[in-house]
Structure formats: C-alpha cells, structure tokens
Write a protein that binds this ligand. Structure first.
Ligand code: RRO
Length: 291
C-alpha cells in the first residue's frame, strides 16, 4: 500500500485531517504503543497561526446524527509556542510531519512558511485557506485570484511541498484548485468543513459560541466525493481527499474519484485507531479490485 506523495514515501495512503487528532495528547494517553502503531502514514498538525489564539467561546461542538458541527476557532500557542513546545514532541512521531498554517494576511502566511520552511523536522506545509470559523480564512480560499496571489508570495520561500487546503464553501472549487496549481502548489487537499448551524432546542438561539460552525462526518461524504471528482478533472497535482471517511470503502471511493491520499477526520474522535483500521480495510479492498 506504500505511496509516493510530493516526494514523500508513505507506508500507506491514510493520513489525518488537520485538527482531528491530537498526537501529543494521544501519546500521553496511550504511550509508546501509539508511537509503535501510529494510525497515520503522515501526521498533519492542527492549524498554527503567527500569534497565540484562545479560540471561539464555548460551546464548540454540536453532535449531528451524521457527524459534528465544530466552532473551535483555531486555538493554538502561536508560532513561537509551537516551535518551542509542540515541534520537538511531534518530531518524535515515526511518520513525516505536515504542518498546517493559517494567516489573516499574505505577510502572516509568508512568515509562517519561512519559519517552518527551514525546519528539518517538517516534511511539508499545508496552507489552511478554508477554515469556516474565522472570516478571513474563507475569503482567501474562495477566490482563485487571492489563492494565486498568496502562492506567488509564499512559493519562493520554501522548497518543501506546499499543500493548499480548499474550502467547499466556494462557488467554483475546481477554479480555486487550478489557480493553486498554476501558482506552484504541489498538492491540494479537500474538503474542509461545510458551514452549518444548530439551535439550542430549549432557547431557540444558536448553540455554538461562534454562532455558525463547520459540518463534518458522514453527512458531508457525498459532497466530498463530488468535489474531489470535480477537482481531479481540473488539476494534475495530487489530491488529498477527505470528508466523512469512516471505512476502507469510503477511502477507496475518494481514490477512485482522484485522490492520491485520503485523510480521516471526524471518525478519529469516535475511534482513535480509525486510521489503522481504514488503512487495513483499504489494503484488503485494493487487493481485490483495481483502484
Ligand atoms: O479551528 C477550527 O474551528 C477549524 C479549522 Br482551523 C478548520 O480548518 N476547519 C474547521 O472545521 N474548524
């Protein structure tokens, strides 16, 4: 099941979706067993911003019949805190580290890319232009011209692979993917969450502290499949497909639609070892069918 992705040799095609698996907390809970049987072939960090952020006010989660709505709002220690605390711990993982970064301006993203670009512990960068829970994130990722301008600014700053994480909350996702490819992205990943909302049944007011949030899980699987398929017709660079993957069959669907790698997200909250299970189910299916 090994696969080459942007020059990285991965033992299988299953990785995690950014922000859905805390490898440091899981390491504390499960110890060396987690390191020895790490569920993913590469690890994608939660989004890092230049300055520390508290995140959105609680409540931050709403459970749906078919998934979750999150309004986490990018809590993180900022670049300096990440370099000091998280990076040394994540560098111990037995798989390549992909750092996900986000800024509210091109200059901010550039500073993050330059800083991580020179770290040997970092195998690749994912540019989050698609968070539904902060206004600025969505604007960049919904507009092909904005994406091209962002890549023009940051591409010269690193030779590491740059993966652009696309938003499904855009009118023409393939056009954004094409703009990313044209301006030097090495890969695209999709989908991030779809904007959604839940009301508190007792008060009729928005449940989430951030009012709206991002929908993920089984509820978005068909949307992800359609968008990965559409983007695969539009670009030649590799695609990381994600959205509601809970089984090897779901992963195989996304690969048949054009994904080179598949990320598991919401399912890891239910089962922290989901990545391993999806990879082994996929291997069994692939042995019996042409991907
Ligand atoms: O932190 C979040 O609220 C968040 C992010 Br950065 C993202 O990219 N996607 C999402 O659903 N939530």
């Amino acid at each position: 099941m090994s696969v080459e992705f942007c020059g990285l040799e991965l033992v299988h095609p299953i990785i995690n979706a950014s922000g859905t698996f805390d490898a440091i907390a899981a390491g504390r809970a499960f110890g060396e067993e987690l390191i020895e049987r790490f569920p993913f072939a590469a690890f994608v960090s939660k989004t890092v911003t230049l300055q520390p952020r508290q995140g959105n006010p609680p409540p931050r989660l709403w459970e749906l019949a078919g998934g979750l709505i999150n309004s986490i709002g990018l809590p993180n220690q900022g670049l300096r805190g990440y370099l000091q605390h998280d990076l040394p711990e994540l560098a111990r993982l037995p798989v390549p580290l992909i750092v996900n970064v986000m800024g509210s301006s091109r200059d901010q993203v550039a500073e993050l890319v330059a800083a991580f670009g020179e770290r040997a512990e970092v195998a690749a960068l994912e540019l989050n232009v698609s968070c539904p829970n902060v206004e600025t994130g969505l604007l960049m990722g919904a507009d092909p011209a904005e994406i091209a301008a962002l890549l023009d600014r940051v591409r010269p700053l690193t030779s590491k692979p740059l993966i652009v994480k696309l938003t499904p909350n855009a009118t023409d996702v393939p056009a954004v993917a094409r703009a990313a490819q044209g301006a030097g992205a090495d890969a695209v990943s999709l989908i991030n969450t779809l904007r959604g909302m839940a009301l508190d049944p007792r008060t009729g007011r928005p449940w989430l502290g951030g009012v709206t949030g991002g929908v993920s899980g089984a509820a978005v699987r068909a949307v992800a499949l359609a968008q990965v398929h559409a983007v695969a017709q539009a670009v030649e660079i590799p695609i990381v497909g994600m959205g509601g993957v809970a089984s090897g069959a779901d992963a195989l669907d996304l690969m048949r639609a054009g994904a080179t790698l598949v990320a598991v997200g919401t399912e890891s909250f239910r089962d922290p070892a989901a990545g391993l299970r999806v990879a082994s189910e996929l291997a069994e299916l692939a042995a019996n069918s042409a991907v």
